[in-house]
Design a protein around this ligand. Sequence first.
Ligand code: CTP
Length: 405
Amino acid sequence: MSNLQGKRILLGVTGSVAAYKAAEWVRALVKEDAMVTVVMTKAAERFIAPLTFSALSGNPVYRDMFSDESERVMAHINLSREADAILIAPATAQTIARLSAGGADDLLSTVILAARIPVVFCPAMNSNMLAHPATQENIRRLQHFGYHLVQPDCGSLACGEVGDGRLPEWDVAREALLALFEPNDLMGKKVLITAGPTREPLDPVRFLSNRSSGKMGFALARTARRRGAEVALITGPVSLLDPPGVEVVRVTTAEEMEKAVVSRLEPGQVVVKSAAVADFKPAVYQAHKIKKTSQGLQLDLEKNIDILKKLGEKRLEGQVLVGFAAESRDHTGEGLRKLKEKNLDLIVVNDILGEQTGFDVETNQVTLIDRTGNTALPLLTKEATANRIWDRVVSLLHERGGYGG
Ligand code: CTP
């Protein structure tokens, strides 16, 4: 189930070339079972027909303060009352200026002025217009009102220039919407997450690795960001897209992962090590491809450093350390052993043999073990599992006291 399921989104479309992209966003929202109502400005209608939005959303499109049916004479009040959030995409310089001045001279601005629900806005315009101090000041004013800014992308613009001002991809705006419906309980917290496998090279074409897909670690990064954390994600080689708003560092070997982790350690942060770090690496790297000259091949392996154990030994003040344990038997016993041996606050144990809990699947079923006991979670999506882990981390932070989060 998506967290946007059943959410009522009022989409304000304004007059930018990027208005056509908003049609794709409506499709994406509807696909997640969100309910979308579109309000268009007059200028937006010059770029895309209202019919497109009514066909895609399955709802009437609102365009004018005075020309809609009689039962909607109070449309500007009712529309926001009947929504959970407002998304303005694309938001032109003109609309942003109008909103920052508290203007109410068209239906969209009136709806927003009357609204008491969260507002997310996605500026899209020529880069000079965006950089102009007036626009920058207007954007800051909207943020000051509590509206949530989705930063425009940099790239080639419809006007032929290259710069800031592009409407970002849907997944960026989607994250901003999802964040509205999550608690803000990791606000101000720094979170460091590791994900994926590591690869230990043997020769220029071969490596030792494991089946980790990185999905659990990426789900942890996305959900922590939505809950307000400042997230750094250090990942081994995986085929997943960078989560929006997260600092992503891509590494290959355990040694590189260790360096990336150690250089980002800070007191008071939460460290979650969901990476499946290779325990061993080839003792010697062969600079040239190993040829099949003999019958068999003996590989000499040497132990990689246990990154998490090292963090547990040199724990910085106020750090919360969370480990993962991938087990095929004696899950609780092994989890408890690793919790103690690595000096952790929490360990997340999962069964790597389960069909829906193993590698490269969308679900997980884990047991959380800390010093006070065990909690077995049901089978959940990886994002839902991640949220349950954050719930536990937040209560650990509260138990320690001094956490206002
Ligand atoms: N870990 C680590 N560095 C390693 C190996 C593991 O930081 N070289 C971390 C993992 O990211 C995970 C935890 O230690 O959070 C447990 O990893 P796991 O592979 O389950 O256990 P190991 O300690 O490697 O023990 P074993 O392989 O014997 O089960």
